[in-house]
Design a protein around this ligand. Sequence first.
Ligand code: G3P
Length: 217
Amino acid sequence: MKLYLDTANVEEIRQAADWGVISGVTTNPSLAAKEDDDFTKILPSICELVNGPVSAEVIALDHEGMIKEARKLAGIHKHVVVKIPITPDGMQAVKTLSSEGIKVNVTLIFSANQALLAARAGAAYVSPFLGRLDDIGHTGVALVRDIVDIIDLHELNTEVIAASIRHTEHVPAVALAGAHIATMPFKVLKQMFKHPLTDLGIESFINDWKKADKSFK
Ligand code: G3P
């Protein structure tokens, strides 16, 4: 399972890219709205930092508007993947865009049926939002598992991006469920490094080395 960062913040992306652990980035209009600069200015910088797909979402809700915005976004950088919500107009846009070779990530997926529709329309990626499902008392990880099983069983050419990840426990859970990608906030990515025994282990290794008064020769 690949790890993506779910943010439009260039500094967070730069840091995670320097660590060498991320394979892509996802954004959405809410994340882009948090940044000071205009998104069309930020997007090329994000694409240069990441050696992989960068999802950028359309705002239009009608298929003609979506297609127009999608072509514009895709023209900004070769890493851009266009994000389109799961609606009938959205799928009409996916059909056209995928036939032009523009990759689409179908977003706001909350059911296996929605994922199946998106895959059939030609989506390169589907993004089930597990955290938002957990918020309303459902089990987001179970949906991710169902979608992965359906895609495998029917040999569909679509990758599953587990999105709306809220905490570190979600990450191994979606990896075991077979998600191809997990996209997460920077805070969760940083927490993945953490274990108290790692901190204690580093401290005792350094102390033992110092006590023995050794040095690298
Ligand atoms: O980018 C889509 C998704 O990851 C949003 O997450 O936390 O707003 O539900 P969240």
